[in-house]
Every structure is written in structure tokens, then in C-alpha cells.
Design a protein around this ligand. Structure first.
Ligand code: UDX
Length: 457
């Protein structure tokens, strides 16, 4: 309460993990909480810093992350995350401590909400006696599969590639529909880094709750199991992009020229192709994708982002094979970064070829768009199996990327009976997601409970 009886907004500090797939849900959560009367500060790294211009209502504060260029360009995500947590701990603590000394009536921090990968924020909150809440941006199934990987590591069974070859195809007991090859194991050189990160993100520590960007209708009964084992409340409030007012959270500039192009296409005719913000492919795979899309003879919108081809940080579309663009003409649209939510919601889009990062998968599900899954690493393999075997709204392209296989997969999803059935199920699932996020739905109610908890601090 202010001096004249005015209720002042409570101040929350949000700490996102510096990758697009993590920045998006954190900023969506910030937007939702701001619309419910909270004031928001975002404390972020210099690396992959979000764009303050897109969020004039938030207070953005960069802390030095001390990441050397060679580490950033290595793309070794576990090593980068360990360094970010180690290097940002003190500056983060200093910044929040300064806020706690603020003379402004709403300057003091009521709660720190941090991405699970920014786990040192929990110890900052604890040492400053501020309540904290963890945000998990991934699925419950990935969380459980990661636990299983830790068990295998303890038993000395990882890396799996070095054990009997055939195990990779076998189902993982008690983790239907995963096979050993779908487990979120590391592709990075040091297993120790991976284990350290995974062990840290499991721990809720002194946090008062976990917010999860998933929803009941997709992840029960696994969710029930995890809720029983967790000593703090779990609020499943996803998919948050459906509850947050539309906003741009992109690190790259979206190319909106694809929307008028989509407007010109027939309803349910376009395949949208994007592998998210970190997945990489070889130049040969890029060429096979290109010729496969040319061969499928259907309209396509393809995101070829800078750095998509492994080892070329600043690749531009010139890496596309000679003659490809001229060959496809107006039938194909290529952009460096798309306004993905708008694209998936467009009536012309009928399929999504995705790497199955969780944001992409849930954005597609929320629009009733079926998927071709081409997971690259980690959680993407788990999500791909759930898309294909549990929700049954997609198919996985498992064989080597080769133009005929690409064209056949796209046509299977877009025009064949099997694909049409997937679309019907996807539309039905979209309806269930809508029920979950609207007033009275599970995510809506959990959001209210979360807000009540934060107000009680
Ligand atoms: C990373 C991991 O790779 C992923 O597996 C994990 O689940 C989250 O962190 P990323 O690979 O970028 O994320 O994938 P994803 O989770 O799908 O997030 C990408 C985000 O970028 C989505 O919200 C998507 O809408 C957005 N995007 C993608 C665009 O806005 N434009 C594009 O052209 C492509």
C-alpha cells in the first residue's frame, strides 16, 4: 500500500536463460504477470540479450556474463550455461541487493522467477531472503527422461553409442514411447558438463513453486506423478503464448513479408519449415531439403536462419543450391526468421516440418497444425516421440535426409489420407488446449493460483 492508500504494483525480477526457446516463455510469463498488475524487471546476460524496445513496460538490466567469444562460438551449450551461472551469480546478487535497498515504494523485490537453467538465481534469492519460483520451459516427459539418463550415467551406461548397437532401437522400460535413441543424452564433448547442468536444474532448492509451460491435457498422468513427488506446488500454465498478449520476443528480426505471400496461397496448402534457433544441419542436408521441397510440388515457407548450416555462423541464403530458387519461383518463400506464431495461425498453413523444440511443438499443437518431426538433439527427440506416438499429430522423418524421402514425407503429411487424419486429430487437440487456457480451464486456474501465491509473499 502506498502512502496515500494506493495499491502499488509488486515488483518481480525475472531471470531468463539466454536462448530464444527460453527467452520466449519467460517474457510471455512477464507479460501475463504485468497485465495482472505486477511491475517487471528482467535481469539478463549480455549474450543473446532481449530487445527492450519490444517491451516498453519492463525494466531491462544486463549483467556482465564474462563469456569469451571462443566459448560462445563453440556452441557448447552445457559449458556456456555453467559459465553463465558461475559468472552472473555475483552481479545478479549485487543488482538485486541494490533493488532491496531502494527508497522507491515499489522498488523492493517480492519474488525472483528464474529459468531452471539459471539455477544460481535460486541461491541469490535465498541469500537475500527473497521468495523464488522456478520456470520450467520444457515438458514433464523430458524432465523424467533426463532423470532416467542420470540413472544410466550413474550405472556407467552412457554414452549409449559405445554399448551394444542394438540397444538404441529398444524401448526404454517404463518410459513409453521412448526408445533408447530418443533419450535426451548429450551430444557435447564433456559428459561432466552435461551431468552438472542436469543435476542443478533438477533441484528446486528453497524455491516456493515450479511454473511449467505445459498443460494437463497433454501431460497427465506424468504430471500427476511429478506433482506427487515434488514438495512444492507445481503450476502448469501453458502454453503461455496463448495467454500472453501478442508480443515480439525474437532475437532476430521477423520477416513479415511472408504474411502477404501466405495470404495469396490456398487454404491448407502450405508446409512451413523451421528448425528453431539452435539446431544445425550440414550443407549437404540443406541441399537435400531444398531439392525435396522443390520436388514435393506444394507451396512452402522455409526459415533458413543465419547459422543454420553447421560451422557457418553467418550463412546467408546464398548457400542454397544453384538453380533452386529459380526452379521453385513463387511457390516457395524463404526467410531468415519468421513471425512463427502468426504463420502457424494462418489459414494457408497445413503442416509444420519442425525440429520439435518444445515451443515450436506446442505452438503447432495450439493451432491444430500437424508436424513432420526432425529432432536434432536433447529434448527434441522426446517431444518428437510424444507428437507421433502419444498425441498422434505428426510423423517422424528418421531416415537420412535425402530429396526423395523429403518430398515423400511432405506429401504424406499434406495430401495423403494418413496426414489428413493427423490434421483431424491436431484440430481436436487444439480444441482441448483452448479449453485448458480459457476461463475455468486447468492452465487458467493454475495461473490464478500462481498469482495468488505471489501476492501472498
Ligand atoms: C531451444 C531448444 O533447442 C529446444 O529443444 C528447447 O525445447 C527450447 O530451447 P529452439 O531450438 O530455438 O529452443 O526451439 P523452440 O523451443 O521451438 O523455440 C524457438 C522459438 O523461436 C519458438 O517460440 C518460435 O516461435 C520462435 N521462432 C522460430 C520464430 O519466432 N521464428 C522463426 O523463424 C523460428
Amino acid at each position: 500500500m502506498g502512502s496515500e492508500g494506493v495499491i502499488l504494483p509488486r515488483h518481480l525480477v525475472l531471470v531468463p536463460c539466454p536462448y530464444q526457446g527460453h527467452i520466449n516463455p519467460m517474457l510471455q510469463l512477464g507479460t501475463i504477470l504485468h497485465s495482472r498488475g505486477f511491475s517487471i524487471s528482467i535481469i539478463h546476460t549480455q549474450f543473446n540479450a532481449p530487445c527492450p524496445r519490444n517491451h516498453p513496460d519492463f525494466n531491462f538490466i544486463a549483467v556482465p556474463d564474462g563469456l569469451p567469444d571462443h566459448l560462445i562460438s563453440s556452441g557448447n551449450i552445457p559449458a556456456i550455461l555453467l559459465a553463465v551461472n558461475a559468472n552472473c551469480h555475483t552481479p545478479l546478487k549485487d543488482r538485486v541487493a541494490q533493488m532491496m535497498q531502494s527508497e522507491k515504494p515499489n522498488g523492493k523485490v517480492s519474488c525472483i522467477i528464474y529459468d531452471e537453467y539459471m539455477y544460481r538465481a535460486e541461491s541469490v534469492a535465498y541469500s537475500l531472503r527473497i521468495p523464488s519460483i522456478m520456470l520450467r520451459t520444457n515438458t514433464v516427459s523430458t524432465f523424467l527422461a533426463r532423470d532416467f539418463v542420470l540413472r544410466l550415467i550413474d550405472e556407467g551406461q552412457i554414452p549409449l553409442q559405445e554399448t551394444a548397437g542394438s540397444i538404441m532401437e529398444k524401448p526404454v522400460p517404463e518410459h513409453y514411447p521412448l526408445r533408447y535413441k530418443d533419450l535426451p543424452t548429450t551430444i557435447f564433448k564433456s559428459l561432466n558438463n552435461f551431468v552438472e547442468v542436469v543435476k542443478n536444474i533438477r533441484l528446486v532448492g528453497s524455491s516456493s513453486a515450479v511454473v511449467w509451460n505445459t498443460l494437463d491435457c497433454l501431460e497427465n498422468p506424468l504430471l500427476g506423478q511429478v506433482k506427487q513427488q515434488c514438495r512444492v506446488p507445481i503450476f502448469t500454465v501453458g502454453p503461455m503464448h496463448k495467454s500472453a498478449p501478442q508480443l515480439s520476443t525474437s532475437l532476430l528480426k521477423e520477416d513479415y513479408s511472408c504474411i502477404p505471400w501466405l495470404d495469396k496461397q490456398a487454404e491448407n496448402s502450405v508446409i512451413y519449415v523451421s528448425l528453431g534457433s539452435v539446431a544445425c544441419i550440414s550443407e549437404h542436408e540443406l541441399a537435400e531439403m531444398a531439392w525435396g521441397l522443390a520436388k514435393c510440388n506444394l507451396p512452402f515457407l522455409w526459415v533458413v536462419r543465419p547459422g543454420l548450416v553447421r560451422g557457418t555462423r553467418n550463412v546467408r541464403q546464398s548457400l542454397l543450391p544453384n538453380g533452386f530458387r529459380e526452379g521453385v519461383g513463387e511457390r516457395g518463400r524463404i526467410v531468415e526468421w519468421a513471425p512463427q506464431e502468426e504463420v502457424l495461425a494462418h489459414k494457408a498453413v497445413a503442416g509444420f516440418w519442425s525440429h520439435c523444440g518444445w515451443n515450436s511443438a506446442v505452438e503447432s499443437i495450439a493451432e491444430g497444425v500437424p508436424l513432420i518431426c526432425r529432432p536434432n538433439f536433447a529434448d527434441q527427440k522426446v517431444t518428437a516421440r510424444y507428437v507421433t506416438h502419444v498425441w498422434r499429430v505428426g510423423m517422424q522423418l528418421e531416415e537420412e535426409l535425402e530429396r526423395d524421402a523429403v518430398a515423400a514425407a511432405v506429401r504424406r503429411l499434406m495430401v495423403e489420407e494418413e496426414g489428413l487424419e493427423m490434421r483431424e486429430r491436431a484440430v481436436e487437440l487444439k480444441g482441448r488446449v483452448e479449453i485448458g487456457t480459457r476461463r475455468g480451464g486447468s492452465s487458467f486456474k493454475d495461473l490464478d493460483r500462481l498469482i495468488d501465491m505471489i501476492r501472498s509473499f
